[in-house]
Design a protein around this ligand. Structure first.
Ligand SMILES: C[S@@+](CC[C@H](N)C(=O)[O-])C[C@H]1O[C@@H](n2cnc3c(N)ncnc32)[C@H](O)[C@@H]1O
Length: 223
């Protein structure tokens, strides 16, 4: 894509990618697809809120699992309007590694195949009424330079302990700046410093039961 270093991976059970740089899996070891539905879709009241020109922002594109799960949900719900999905990624995965990761989710094959073909062809990343924008680079540098204004955010960095760059107060402030009033965010973590930072930059923050073995997750609404 550009000069950004590519993701280097180890594989658990041959299917779950683990980042060597961050020593953390890209998605839940239990059931990545169901966790995405629970945390990011339900956490943002999706697909119920889809409609108009809906905009989602994501921190960390990774394998594309969240994007594909969202696209399928948007389509299955017969959502009107359009969907723009803007995602930030500092260490893009090789397309072949993405394909290996996504092969674990046969339910998404129809959508994964289209994404992999489009990425292999170098774009465009437009699928009917859905547009995917992958902003390559460190999100701390890239987000302040965009005019993105999201209806919903997926905060999906690696764990705050291993990937603090994705959870700092300055970045949370940028997320707030790039969220519509009444817009929402969801994340699998309930780390106290993340929730406090979100609250300080203008979100009403709620802690919910987490997915699977995780006790809690977070959702928030921009005041
Ligand atoms: C948990 S994974 C995201 C999983 C992804 N949402 C999916 O559906 O597969 C976290 C991602 O954040 C990226 N990342 C880590 N630090 C970053 C930074 N400073 N800026 C942008 N992306 C970063 C990693 O390379 C990784 O792809």
């Amino acid at each position: 894509m550009n000069d950004q270093p590519q993701a280097e991976l180890d594989w658990r059970d041959g299917t779950i990618p683990i980042s060597r740089r961050f020593d953390d899996p890209y998605f839940s070891l239990d059931n990545g697809l169901e966790e995405t539905r629970y945390v990011f879709l339900a956490g943002n009241d999706l697909p119920a809120r889809f409609g108009g020109d809906f905009v989602i922002g994501e921190l960390g594109f990774g394998t594309g699992l969240n994007f594909l799960t969202t696209w399928k949900a948007w389509q299955d719900a017969g959502s009107p309007g359009s969907l723009t999905f803007v995602t930030f990624e500092a260490f893009p995965m090789a397309v072949a590694d993405m394909a290996t990761s996504l092969a674990a989710f046969p339910e998404l094959a129809e959508w994964s195949d289209q994404l992999i073909s489009a990425l292999s062809a170098g774009g465009p990343l437009r699928f009917g009424q859905i547009e995917l924008q992958i902003v390559v680079g460190d999100v701390r540098d890239c987000l302040p330079q965009t005019d993105l204004l999201a209806d919903a955010w997926y905060l999906d960095g690696f764990s705050p302990a291993k990937n603090p760059e994705m959870w700092g107060p300055d970045l949370m402030e940028q997320v707030a700046v790039h969220t519509k009033t009444g817009g929402t965010l969801a994340t699998y973590t309930a780390a106290g410093h993340v929730r406090r930072a979100l609250s300080e930059v203008g979100f009403d923050v709620v802690r919910l039961s987490g997915y699977g073995r995780k006790r809690h997750m977070t959702k928030a609404v921009k005041r």
